[in-house]
Ligand binder design. Structure first.
Ligand code: SF4
Length: 182
């Protein structure tokens, strides 16, 4: 599998302090995509679900993990590996958001396993309305896990869209739903 980035604590893509995991690889190439550097499946980012889980376990030793946000790239281009990883992550938290450019109806049922919230649909720059969690108004925030419904309804009513910058070894990673002119 190909994973380019893990960041903690991500506080702008779901409730609480989350581990953000960025898959690499997405042939969709939406205009205005905020992560074009993750479109290619790059060999240097080749890894395994077990390796990613070990990194997450290291974070969990000293830090609270309220959930996971898995994005990219598009994780649904690596659906089997994604499921292997989600099964491991569920041991730590079963609050798992997954982003995809596919529509839910295009996905096979197994691809939705272990996901609590799916944010689906391609990004359309002209429909970016600076919303919380979704990049453009055509996308859907679908709560798949009934247990998470109240928590997410509260979060979506209460929070506003924010950006969070992480300083990393080779620069800055700006996380969140950015305006088109970012
Ligand atoms: S689906 Fe997401 S990652 Fe892929 S090109 Fe569109 S916005 Fe970028």
């Amino acid at each position: 599998m190909y994973v380019a980035r893990i960041l903690y604590p991500v506080e702008v893509l779901g409730p609480g302090k989350r581990v953000g995991i960025w898959f690499c690889g997405c042939p969709r190439r939406c205009k205005g995509c905020s992560n074009p550097e993750l479109w290619e499946f790059q060999e240097r980012y080749k890894t395994s679900p077990e390796t990613i889980f070990k990194l997450v376990q290291d974070i969990a030793k000293d830090n609270p993990i309220d959930g996971f946000t898995v994005t990219g790239g598009d994780p649904m281009y690596q659906p089997k590996e994604l499921q292997q990883l989600l099964l491991l992550l569920k041991d730590i938290s079963d609050d798992i958001i997954v982003y995809t450019g596919y529509h839910k109806k295009e996905l096979e049922p197994y691809m939705l396993d272990n996901i609590s919230v799916l944010i689906d649909g391609e990004y359309i720059e002209e429909l970016n309305d600076n919303s919380l969690l979704r990049g453009s108004s055509n996308q859907n925030i679908i709560i798949l896990d009934e247990k998470q419904k109240g928590r997410y309804e509260y979060y979506l009513q209460r929070e506003t869209n924010r950006i969070q910058n992480f300083f990393v070894v080779d620069g800055v990673v700006s996380v969140g739903i950015h305006r088109p002119d970012f």
